[in-house]
Design a protein around this ligand. Structure first.
Ligand SMILES: [Zn+2]
Length: 244
């Protein structure tokens, strides 16, 4: 899950072992347990600041006991330098209009001279919430909506044996090519080696399939994680979406 999230554009992962396996630095913020153990958001922030290496940004968790606005202002003033961000992890049951809460926190931070303190949001965040909160939130922590995302249905089927097209009921036999129009990005499936390569929009079709295994051997070296990430970003750009 962490690898897919990172490949698809998330900036980092918070599971330490996953980050080690990916060869990246794990990232995360103060947990509620630290605030509960130390008794307040500012005490937790000060303890974090005291022992965590400087290269990691200070992000104060501000909704454990009190109001988001007042705990944000306290956290912003708690250290010698203001923290990089405050994090709101408010459960949906306490939120009301979450966009309105963020707007208020942003306003108060700006008014008190903490324009450089960002707002980081987590807790039940999905793609719809992100679109609504983007005006005020500088970053998001997303868990369930990625870890529990609906699967894309797929199957592996034999469709050809020794050059003869054959497949089970409900499946189309014969090798196929997956083509994508370089211009309108429409994708079509055609019998392998079809010569027709022109889309109805007059764009040219590119072949998307590449052999992975040939004669029992890997056909090409596995791409590097960074290259897969760059490729994913370019594919998303082609959908008319964007990641920052
Ligand atoms: Zn086209």
């Amino acid at each position: 899950v962490e690898r897919c999230a990172y490949v698809a554009g998330c900036d980092g992962v918070s599971t330490v072992r996953a980050a080690e396996l990916l060869g990246i630095e794990p990232s995360g913020t103060i947990p509620h347990s630290l605030v509960l153990l130390l008794g307040s958001a500012t005490e937790a922030l000060r303890a974090f600041d005291e022992v965590i290496e400087r290269k990691f940004p200070r992000v104060a968790l501000v909704d454990t006991f009190g109001d988001e606005k007042f705990e944000s202002l306290e956290a912003a003033a708690a250290l010698e330098n203001p923290p990089a961000a405050v994090r709101l992890d408010t459960p949906a049951s306490r939120r009301g209009d979450f966009g309105e809460i963020l707007r208020e926190v942003r306003w108060e931070l700006d008014t008190h001279g903490y324009g450089g303190v960002g707002i980081f949001v987590s807790g039940g965040i999905d793609e719809e919430a992100i679109l609504e909160l983007n005006d005020f939130a500088a970053g998001y922590g997303v868990g369930t909506r990625i870890a529990g995302a609906p699967p894309v249905d797929f199957a592996l089927d034999i469709v050809e044996i020794d050059g003869d097209a054959i497949a089970k009921r409900g499946k189309e036999s014969g090798r196929k090519d997956l083509l994508r129009c370089e211009s309108c990005r429409r994708r079509i499936i055609v019998p392998a080696e079809t010569e027709e390569r022109l889309c109805e929009c007059e764009g040219r079709f590119d072949e998307l399939l590449e052999p992975l295994v040939s004669g029992g051997e890997r056909a090409a070296a596995a791409p590097q994680l960074a290259d897969i990430r760059t490729h994913a970003a370019s594919e998303i750009a082609g959908l008319g979406l964007s990641i920052c």
